[in-house]
Ligand binder design. Sequence first.
Ligand code: IPM
Ligand code: MG
Length: 380
Amino acid sequence: MIWNQARKGAEMGEDRQMELHITCIPGDGIGPEIVREAKKVLDKVAEKYGHQMLYTDILMGGASIDVHGVPLTEEAIATAKAADAVLMGSIGGDTTKSPWYQLPPNLRPEAGLLGIRKALNLFANLRPAVLYDELAAACPLKEEISRAGFDLLIMRELTGGLYFGERKTVVENGVRKAIDTLTYDENEIRRIAVKGFDIARKRRGKVTSVDKANVLDSSRLWRKVVEEVAGDYPDVKLEHMLVDNCAMQLVKNPAQFDVILTENMFGDILSDEASMVTGSIGMLASASLNDTKFGLYEPSHGSAPDIAGQNVANPIATVLSAAMMLRYSFDLDKEADAVESAVKQVLKDGYRTGDIFSPGCVLTSCSQMGDLLAERILGI
Ligand code: IPM
Ligand code: MG
């Protein structure tokens, strides 16, 4: 990341010109199409704000299996590490039809994603879920609930728990048996809790820590450590909620939430639910961060193999992920605001991809949506 001060006497933090090295993972399914549109928008930001975006693509998931026989290579990891940030589309295919799913689990597309999260130590996964006024009609909740709107963020632990515990399948006395292990140590819990409280401080000052402390030891430790961390944040309100109740509250009263802080598996499930109540999973961005400014940015949705290659996917979640990259990895808040405003404007102007279409709107393709967003990037 190289910075130049553009104007003599410019204030620090203003009018910086940056050379940004971004590793892109187009991936599988609709991935290549949506990443292409996000690059289009980023290039427009670069042009308007005087930055340079330099992209290097790497293969991951099925695309990597087809070429290298494995879902993620050491070279790909090294390329990602050398960049300032990583922008990803999506990986994976149809689990019932694709030959990728005939391979052993550690060679399937998802293993590439888990591998890069671990290799880059991306333990903090931020998944914002916002109900846009323009899309209120697509919200599946009753009007009396959706009327209140909501703007929440799921802070999901991403490199521990069931996803990374020891697992095996054995045959005992002729009976097949599968074992997955759920472990968390206090350091893993503390570092994600700190991220959760830090971000709550910049939002509305409330953390809902979600666990299953009425059953699981890992949850009881989670609760204790979160309480300890809360001691350093007297200005942030903490509440605990059991995960089953949280699943219910998300459809009953989503407006109550600011930051939902939770472990890996619960966060996976709750974030799909939260995104659906916004009306379209095609709108939701995510950031996966380590302890530095480095991050991997990807839409919360999957690779949608059923619509891949048809130019009908919604690129907005990927574009909003690129906005998160500008904000969190590069500290380019004005540029991130410009991208988010372009998204709001394009919706206001009535353009919709198929997933968020409602009568009276203009149906647009994936590439048209990219063009329309790029046109709406306003300069300084
Ligand atoms: C997600 C996805 C992944 C996960 C899969 C593809 C491994 O569902 O990012 O939410 O479970 O973390
Ligand atoms: Mg998921």
